[in-house]
Design a protein. Structure first.
Length: 226
């Protein structure tokens, strides 16, 4: 059987007709390509989920670290609130008295407004020395150092900040009124050398004013060896 073709022209406004047997009319434009044709492939959803999971884990880890740091910081005691461990002045002084030709002087009669911040019997400038330092009622510093075999270097090291010698001062200590060699500069210091019944050299120094230094010396007492 012979196929026939409709050659009748289209009416105005009428869509182009196709030939029979599935042959398109050349006057009919080809349909546009689908929107998805030629587009880049879709993003791998598994990879995206993995990236999101890794990012969340990193954020959670950072939050946990910061939280831990905050907890540790919050639990740390304020340095101003920490109670300072009492200095065992008496025990160290007794040992120094036992090991020294003496006499060893200490601060047994000081009131509560004086506080010791160290006490030791050890080498200082290569000389075995008994030393105790305190904070005065005016929150200044004062220290006594004693040695049986004091050297010029030892005395110089202790009086270095006190500067030049400025004469003498008569101060009453455990063995009565004595002439102490005085130094004054950034600090103040007095030195008492060996004498009758006194085989060691004593240096008292500090940032305290002269009245507190002399008060401190007047409160010193000989320590008995255990």
């Amino acid at each position: 059987m012979t196929s026939t073709t409709n050659t009748e022209p289209n009416s105005p406004g009428e869509r182009p007709r196709q030939h029979q047997d599935g042959v398109s009319d050349p006057s009919v434009p080809a349909p546009e390509a689908s929107a998805g044709a030629g587009a880049p492939p879709a993003e791998n959803k598994s990879l995206k989920r993995l990236q999101n999971y890794s990012m969340r884990n990193m954020i959670y880890s950072l939050v946990a670290v910061f939280a831990l740091v905050f907890v540790v910081w919050a639990l740390m005691p304020n340095s101003e609130e920490q109670q300072r461990r009492p200095v065992e002045v008496g025990m160290v002084a007794s040992y120094a008295a036992q090991e020294s030709a003496g006499p060893v002087w200490s601060t047994q009669a000081l009131g509560e407004d004086w506080s010791a911040n160290f006490a030791n019997f050890e080498l200082f400038d290569d000389v075995l020395s008994w030393r105790v330092g305190l904070v005065t009622p005016s929150t200044e510093y004062v220290e006594i150092s004693q040695a049986d075999e004091a050297t010029d270097s030892w005395v110089g090291e202790l009086t270095d900040k006190a500067g030049d010698e400025v004469g003498t001062r008569t101060i009453t200590g455990p063995d009565g009124p004595q002439e102490w060699t005085a130094y004054e500069g950034e600090e103040r210091a007095v030195v008492l050398g060996p004498g009758e019944g006194r085989e060691n050299t004593t240096v008292v120094r500090g940032t305290a004013q002269w009245d507190e230094i002399e008060e401190f010396i007047g409160l010193l007492e000989p320590v008995e060896a255990d």
